[in-house]
Design a protein around this ligand. Structure first.
Ligand code: CP
Length: 343
């Protein structure tokens, strides 16, 4: 068993299969709390510093929700302009100060390596919520957790699976982190589909190859590719030199029901880290897929709360005492676990 207590969560490189199983086991135990069947006050009095220096909906709010669901409180900093970083303060100084106000920090920043730099100055555990085009470890964990659940529903496991990753594989930190985590398993097949200029970085291909997996790099969707998972991504326009350059690739790899039927199996699970770009000229994951039971995008987002609750419980060392602090749910709740037939 890994000991996460007091540790930073900065990169997927720090996980092995045992630690992933441990995180997923704790995440499973979080379901009754996330689905409002039970409440816990185990983190009563604890404070999360939720520092998001780059736009976010899911990661920022689900970190906050996860902490609240464990009974803790959340202090938000959203946007560079409202922080003294915009006055030239260093990440180290910011970390020294804010970590004394918090028991744990979740952070997103536009620069690769910035969250690790912040962690060097922090006196409390720091969890990486995305650092530039580099990594998004908690997204990769929730993606993997979702893949395991979805494939289990279809009667198999992660070993031997085939994943098609589509879109901006150069700048998409979620596909970098997920590919590295999948490389811990056995006999994974990767089909990597992107414009040539937005191909998966060699550093990630090296990890896949060195772990003995097969991969195919292509710039088009071809034939029926027997993928178990289709992982679609957004053109990461915020990482391009100019909007004009990003526009060259916008709408190149749309997925709608007709394209899905032509290229994928009827059971292929459709994933996307979100946000999907639903503007007409991009429309990378068409609304006509919304009722497709294989569309797992909102189940992914739901699973993010479970995985982030697990990471807080583990880093703060309360994973074995959560139910000691249970209390009743007093209000009427319609929340229940999403199934494969319900997004
Ligand atoms: N998937 C993800 O990171 O979404 P946000 O940018 O909304 O946090």
């Amino acid at each position: 068993m890994s000991n996460f207590r007091g540790k930073h969560i900065l990169s997927v490189n720090q996980f092995d299969l045992d630690s992933i199983r441990q995180i997923f086991s704790v995440a499973d135990q979080m379901a009754p709390y996330a689905h409002r069947k039970k409440r816990t006050k185990v983190l009563d009095g604890a404070i999360l510093g939720n520092l998001f220096f780059e736009a976010s909906t899911r990661t920022r709010v689900s970190f906050g929700t996860a902490f609240n669901l464990l009974g803790g409180e959340v202090r938000e900093t959203a946007g560079m302009a409202t922080s003294a970083l915009s006055k030239g303060e260093s990440l180290y100084d910011t970390a020294r100060v804010l970590s004394s106000y918090s028991d744990v920090v979740a952070m997103r920043h536009p620069d690769s390596g910035s969250v690790a730099e912040f962690a060097e100055g922090s006196r409390v555990p720091v969890i990486n919520g995305g650092d530039g085009a580099n990594e998004h470890p908690t997204q990769a964990l929730l993606d993997l957790y979702t893949i395991a659940k979805e494939l289990k529903f279809h009667g198999h496991g992660i070993d031997g699976m085939h994943i098609a990753m589509i879109g901006d594989l150069k700048h998409g930190r979620t596909v970098h982190s997920l590919s590295k985590l999948l490389s811990l398993y056995r006999d994974i097949r990767f089909t990597l589909i992107s414009p040539k200029e937005l191909a998966m970085p060699d550093s990630v291909l090296d990890v896949i190859q060195n772990a003995g997996h097969r991969f195919k790099v292509t710039d088009q969707l071809e034939g029926n590719m027997d993928a178990d998972i289709c992982y679609q991504t957004r053109i990461q326009e915020e990482r391009f030199e100019s909007q004009q350059e990003a526009n060259l690739y916008r709408g190149k790899f749309r997925l709608n029901q007709d394209i899905y039927t032509k290229h994928f199996q009827s059971k292929t699970v459709i994933m996307h880290p979100l946000p999907r770009d639903s503007r007409a000229d991009a429309n990378e994951l068409d609304n006509d897929l919304n009722l497709n039971p294989n569309l797992a995008i909102f189940r992914q987002a739901d699973n993010g709360v479970l995985v982030r609750m697990a990471l807080f419980a583990l880093t703060l060392g309360v994973e074995n005492i959560i139910s000691n602090y249970d209390c009743d749910v007093q209000w009427f709740s319609t929340k229940s676990e999403a199934t494969n037939n319900e997004n």
